[in-house]
Design a protein around this ligand. Structure first.
Ligand SMILES: NC(=O)c1ccc[n+]([C@@H]2O[C@H](COP(=O)([O-])OP(=O)(O)OC[C@H]3O[C@@H](n4cnc5c(N)ncnc54)[C@H](O)[C@@H]3O)[C@@H](O)[C@H]2O)c1
Length: 394
């Protein structure tokens, strides 16, 4: 268990453990761990800032390393992240591995004195979250989680304009929808394991099984590696709820769903609906269905003063009064840019980043609770202070 106070302590309090703090004009020396789709993309966002040099890339699959090196020529390459974090010249790492490797790579990097930008969901197992938070606090490292909404101008502006101003009024329900595009069948891969792919290392903490292309190329669809749509998309939207409602843990959750659409061996539900109750007297539901037209990707706050609808590029406020005109604002561009800039700024200032590890831990925890509820087919009551699921009799 980690207390809220510990969770919110500024990283600056343990400033003595810094190995190097980049100065205002220093370029941050970056290492990439996990050079798949997201890792390579966010690496390019870092490069676009003009404030970093990518010094090393690490992946368990040689092909991914080669792809990353075309974007970062001259970087050193590794298949074991422990060798990368030993590099003294590296200040910070970007972690884009699948969820089941986030904990180990993040903790090893922080123990080696690196600041960390780790993709969401913070972890695959609920009990790992507090350990990662504690590692960040003990080592004094900056740890930003990839819930980029926390830095997005669209979210920051909407929160001030409608929530904090009181315009939205008391919110009693939040409706979160993310259908994730038209249903996609599993990506196939070579029947023979590529000789430059270290499958055992890929599995890491996960129980051994022989080379399994669907699981390598679609880890999200398998509960051994990910939490399906609940942690892939739900972790983002639950974090927006936490951000706007100033909450960090639900009182209870009940999730239902299943693999209703596909018959291809996946174990994570393609259809999920989770209903939460939060302190402050409001409920939240998150739903993600395999819809042919893929429509639906937003969070909607239902308040006494109106309705706030928001996604990554637009907000709409519909006032409660009949006939009142909605207030609509568009925000082009990718909010990841703003999140990466915030991380780099914090590497220099040592201030807590917008999606500090404690924040990312709490939204991941709420998403994982829904996965647990789905698997156990029961409602879970949660003690947010102690970070424990209450026993059935409670
Ligand atoms: N913030 C966002 O909007 C966003 C968007 C997409 C993905 N993500 C997150 O990014 C992560 C990666 O997703 P992806 O779509 O890029 O997956 P991916 O499968 O394309 O890439 C993962 C890469 O990690 C490598 N890898 C696995 N174990 C490793 C290890 N021990 N050391 C080094 N490399 C290792 C794999 O070989 C692969 O190349 C996931 O956690 C996902 O949830 C976040």
């Amino acid at each position: 268990m980690i207390t809220r106070r510990e969770g919110l302590q500024a990283a600056a309090l343990t400033a003595l453990s810094y190995s190097r703090v980049p100065g205002a004009n220093d370029r941050v020396q970056l290492g990439l761990i996990g050079a798949g789709g997201r890792g390579k993309y966010v690496m390019s966002v870092f490069q676009k800032t003009g404030q970093v040099d990518v010094r090393a890339v690490c992946d368990v699959y040689g092909q991914r390393i080669d792809e990353a090196l075309t974007k970062a020529p001259g970087a050193q390459s590794f298949t074991d992240h422990r060798r990368l974090v030993e590099m003294k010249e590296i200040d910070a790492v970007l972690i884009g591995t699948p969820d089941h490797w986030h904990k180990t790579t993040a903790i090893d990097a922080m123990n080696a004195g690196k600041d960390v930008y780790v993709e969401k969901p913070l972890t695959h197992r609920r009990q790992d979250g507090p350990e990662i938070v504690r590692a960040a606090r003990v080592t004094g490292r900056i740890c930003q989680v990839g819930v980029q909404q926390r830095s997005g101008a669209v979210y920051l502006e909407a929160r001030e304009r409608f929530v904090r101003s009181g315009m939205l009024g008391k919110v009693s329900h939040v409706h979160c929808v993310w259908h994730g595009g038209p249903p996609r069948p599993l990506r196939s891969g070579p029947a023979e394991k590529p000789s430059n792919l270290d499958w055992v290392r890929y599995l890491g903490p996960v129980r051994y099984r022989d080379w399994n292309p669907p699981q390598y190329f679609n880890f999200r669809a398998f509960l051994d590696f990910g939490g399906g749509k609940m942690t892939d998309f739900g972790a983002h939207w639950i974090d927006v709820v936490h951000m706007f409602m100033d909450q960090d843990a639900p009182l209870s959750v009940m999730a239902a769903g299943g693999v209703f659409h596909f018959q291809d061996g996946r174990t994570a539900p393609d259809t999920i609906s989770a209903l939460y109750e939060y302190p402050g007297k409001f409920t939240v539901n998150f739903e993600s269905f395999a819809l042919p037209n893929g429509a639906g990707y937003h969070v909607e706050f239902l308040g006494q003063g109106g309705r706030l609808w928001i996604n990554r590029n637009r907000y709409e406020f519909h006032p409660g009064e009949k006939g009142a005109a909605p207030i609509v604002q568009e925000f082009p561009g990718d909010i990841t840019d703003q999140h990466v800039l915030n991380f780099l700024e914090c590497c220099r200032s040592r201030k807590l980043p917008n999606a500090d590890v404690y924040i990312g831990h709490r939204s991941c925890q709420a998403a994982l609770l829904a996965v647990e509820s789905y698997v156990e087919k029961r409602m879970l009551h949660f003690d947010g202070q102690r970070e424990e699921v209450l026993p059935l009799s409670a």
